[in-house]
Design a protein around this ligand. Structure first.
Ligand code: ADP
Ligand code: 5GP
Length: 204
């Protein structure tokens, strides 16, 4: 593979999409955001084929049967999965492929992808109450759903140590600078793979 995977996890509402969007805005063509499939409801402001492929449970199950997912998991009672085909072809083209997936998905990907092809980042808020405020501010207004996401967040936090990096998304600007540095490091690692070509050029 010529490209690399930047895998981002963290509680729902911690700011993953916001930070990833900024990275895509800045580095555009060098990045491919892996659009997951999900059976959850579309939120206001989301679009099919942009944030997710919103599909039915029977379509999702058929995708599992056909082996279309690199990984899939049940998160907050809904199915989420990463398409194998799209991610593989973009990695072959040399792109940095971003996965926004949960801790279960990370565990599966880690078991399938060589260590040097994968960089993982866990993004979180400074506290649980800040996470609650951000979920509400985003317009998530089903109290049961918020409660489920907060409970899941506490469980996910226990897995923090399994990631290469973690970012506390307190001030957005500072959090973005950290994600940007991680991205730049991955780019430098991929650039160093052209060593053979460089040596050839230097030959008389
Ligand atoms: P996730 O993708 O992790 O579920 P979002 O990116 O949707 O999270 O962010 C959740 C909410 O928090 C959004 O309304 C977003 O605008 C807001 N948000 C993100 N980062 C910050 C920050 N540093 N400070 C305040 N609000 C933020
Ligand atoms: P949300 O519903 O807030 O968009 O996402 C809920 C959770 O599902 C987040 O933790 C997010 O990272 C995770 N998620 C999104 N896509 C995938 C995926 O393809 N696979 C897995 N395992 N988790 C995903």
């Amino acid at each position: 593979m010529k490209g690399k995977i930047l895998l981002v996890s963290g509680p729902s509402g911690s700011g993953k999409s916001t930070l990833i969007k900024r990275l895509i805005t800045e580095f555009g063509e060098q990045i491919y955001f892996s659009i997951s499939s999900t059976t959850r409801e579309m939120r206001a402001g989301e679009a099919d084929g942009v944030n997710y492929h919103f599909i039915s449970e029977s379509e999702f199950r058929a995708g599992i049967e056909r082996g279309e997912f690199l990984e899939w998991a049940l998160v907050h009672g809904k199915y989420y999965g990463t398409s194998l085909k799209a991610a593989t072809s973009e990695l072959e083209r040399g792109k940095i492929v971003i996965f926004d997936i949960d801790v279960q998905g990370y565990e599966i990907v880690r078991g399938k992808v060589p260590k040097n092809e994968l960089t993982s980042v866990f993004i979180t808020t400074p506290s649980l109450s800040e996470l609650r405020d951000r979920l509400r501010a985003r317009g998530d207004n089903d109290p049961a759903d918020i409660a489920l996401r907060l409970q899941n967040a506490q469980e996910e936090m226990e897995r923090l140590g399994e990631y290469d990096y973690f970012i506390i998304n307190d001030r957005l600007e500072a959090a973005y600078e950290n994600l940007r540095s991680i991205y730049k490091t991955i780019k430098l690692e991929t650039a160093s793979r052209d060593i053979g070509k460089l040596i050839e050029i230097w030959k008389i």
